[in-house]
Design a protein around this ligand. Structure first.
Ligand code: SRM
Ligand code: SF4
Length: 578
């Protein structure tokens, strides 16, 4: 137990006790805590409550199989504990060698599926405590780690996934990677605990130049976008860089701050928020501006209430003008005026596309990002076979799909043959609703899930596909996203149709986001079953088919026609220029 310090972490008059995690962080000696000993302790499958919080900074979550909870409790047994590990993979880029090693590790020490996340990386589930070092050391052999994939730090940095498509994309990827490295914690704790690097002599404190000893008040997320694609959902990010291309060259970035989606049902003080666009910077200023945004949040974010600790609330409390001035002061950089930009889509390109350098890439749809072998859908085997012959790389996308990138003309038929052999050549012919859909993991691993998500997505989609088919909208790319709770992991508040888990079998239904991710949706029905939602939405979808304006998307139409004008939802930052 840590004694909570009393501190003035915000500018409010009365000091409030710091959140429990703050004590844990400061006492951890730069993320070491008691982890090494607890991981080595074979008498228990778990770690202590403090270490459970600390493992997040090392990319790990302690979980239990919720499907087994009731039966185990009845039998008087402990929960079926295991760990989830999230890889750090800026821009979602993995080499074929890395793919093969991760695939192999998943088979040997995890569930055995690999899971692509909505932030372009892999998760392993079901890893036993005793296998964690094996997994992390295995990843290390191909230069992969899970440092800062979770925890109160800058998380996996997102970037458009197909860099070879143009030199500008390549530059944007390079900036994303450089910012990811720059904002990594500098502690050697990870190497000592997981890779058996020698302890820092005497265990004296290290220097954490950007974070300090207590890191950030809360998680912090960055993405880079290249219009017209908003595949990374830039307005949901704490920090965003929107590439500005002038005369075919990368002129710089419009910077966005203060996006975030997490909320709690019934707590009006928590809400999704779209980021503000604060101004333009040149490419060489990315890290300096990033550092200024991050340290402003470090010093002014709320460390007393974790439900109010994200950057979006700091900006709401202090005002965007103050925030912008503070970032300019800290960085010594004056923002230029916002340059025009225009987003049209969030959708991944599927199938074959030719890159600017003459190579090809293939966008492969993977429902919910779950890479597994199931009868009739041997995704894991197929991708492993591709990895064995592929000489380019893989890019995980923000929509949980994979891009087989940098394919030579000679290799194209080889990859086609592998996909066809496993019946995956038809995967991209699915409805556009399905190709766009996202779901979070939820049950059985997520400890916060209130309802099913990934496991129900196929059924939900099948029901909506029937309705869309009947309405003549089979080829419409409507975005539908499902989460098992209001935390927003599949970014449901930016979907034209968003289902947010409320209780087993019950969902809040949100409608009316724009297809390009620039407007949040609004609450349409607070709690219904999927079948009730189908009944409610069928006449709406039919009306949309008949009444929409030329080119009007479902979300825009719902916002204009269906949703009450006075039903304002959540505060929204400066409306982006679209
Ligand atoms: Fe998330 C917590 C899964 C993207 C908002 N998220 C969790 C945990 C770790 C549950 C927990 O804390 O015990 C989930 C693990 C489930 C499991 O069994 O694997 C989880 N989040 C995911 C992933 C895997 C969803 C997916 O199906 O792909 C995504 C991993 C991303 C990554 O690679 O880093 C994931 N989470 C997101 C996103 C979307 C994004 O970042 O683009 C959001 C909304 C954006 C945002 O952060 O505002 C998101 N996750 C949350 C929150 C709410 C944060 C908040 O500000 O309120 C939590 C809960 C928390 O932090 O307290 C959470
Ligand atoms: Fe778990 Fe909720 Fe995130 Fe889904 S949205 S993975 S249920 S925390």
């Amino acid at each position: 137990m840590y004694i909570h310090a009393l501190a003035m972490t915000t500018d409010s008059a009365a000091p409030k006790p710091l959140a429990a995690n703050e004590g844990m962080k400061s006492a951890s000696n730069f993320l070491r805590g008691n982890l090494k000993a607890e991981i080595a302790d074979a008498t228990t499958a778990t770690v202590s409550a403090d270490s459970e919080q600390l493992t997040k900074f090392h990319g790990l979550y302690q979980q239990d199989d919720r499907d087994q909870r009731v039966a185990l409790k009845r039998a008087g047994k402990d929960k079926a504990y295991s760990f989830m590990l999230r890889v750090r993979l800026p821009g979602g880029k993995a080499t074929p060698r890395q793919w093969i090693v991760l695939d192999d590790l998943a088979g040997r020490v995890a569930s055995p599926s690999l899971r692509i996340t909505t932030r372009q990386t892999f998760q392993f589930h079901g890893v036993l405590k005793g296998d964690l070092k094996k997994l992390i050391k295995g990843m290390h052999t191909v230069l992969l780690d899970s440092i800062a994939a979770c925890g109160d730090v800058n998380r996996n940095v997102m970037a458009p996934p197909n860099p070879e498509r143009s030199p500008v994309l390549e530059q944007v990827y390079a900036h994303a990677k450089a910012w990811s490295e720059y904002a990594l914690p500098k502690t050697r704790a990870y190497h000592e605990i997981w890779l058996d690097e020698e302890l820092v002599a005497g265990g004296e404190p290290e220097h954490e130049p950007m974070y300090g000893g207590t890191y950030l008040p809360r998680k912090f997320k960055t993405a880079f976008a290249l219009p017209p694609s908003n595949d990374v959902d830039i307005f949901s990010q704490d920090l965003g860089f929107i590439a500005v291309v002038e005369n075919g060259r990368l002129a710089g970035y419009n910077v966005t701050v203060g996006g975030g989606l997490g909320m709690s049902h019934g707590n009006a003080e928590t809400h999704p928020r779209l980021a503000d666009v604060v101004g333009f910077i040149t490419p060489d200023q990315v890290n300096a501006i990033g550092e200024a945004v991050l340290t402003t949040q470090r010093d002014h974010g709320d460390r007393t209430n974790r439900k109010h600790a994200r950057l979006k609330y700091t900006i709401e409390d202090k005002g965007i003008a103050w925030f912008k001035a503070e970032v300019e002061k800290r960085s010594g950089i004056t923002f230029g005026g916002v340059r025009p930009f225009h987003f049209t889509t969030i959708q991944d390109p599927h199938g074959w596309h030719r890159n600017a350098d003459g190579t090809w890439f293939y966008g492969l749809h993977i429902l919910s990002g779950r890479i597994n072998d199931v009868p009739g859908w041997p995704m894991k085997t197929a991708l492993r076979e591709i990895a064995r012959v592929h000489t380019g790389d893989f890019r995980l996308t923000p929509s949980q799909n994979v891009t087989i990138s940098g394919v030579t003309a000679a290799q194209k038929p080889v990859i086609d043959a592998i996909l066809a052999k496993h019946g995956l050549d038809k995967e991209n012919n699915r409805s556009r609703l399905r190709l766009n859909a996202l779901s979070c993991v939820a049950l059985p691993t997520c400890g916060l899930a209130l309802a099913e998500s990934e496991r129900w997505l196929p059924d939900i989609l099948a029901k909506f596909e029937t309705v869309l088919d009947e309405a003549g909208l089979k080829d419409d790319a409507i975005s539908l996203r499902v989460t098992g709770c209001p935390n927003g992991c599949a970014r449901p508040y930016l979907a034209e149709i968003g289902f947010v888990g409320k209780a087993p079998g019950k969902y809040a239904l949100y409608l009316g986001a724009s297809y390009n991710g620039t407007r949040l949706n609004r609450l349409y029905a607070p709690s219904l079953t999927i079948d009730e939602a189908i009944v409610k939405l069928t006449p709406i979808i039919k009306r949309f088919a008949l009444e929409r304006n030329e080119g009007e998307g479902f979300g825009d139409w719902c916002d204009r026609v269906i949703l009450p004008k006075d039903a304002t939802f959540h505060s929204i930052g400066t409306q982006p220029v679209v």
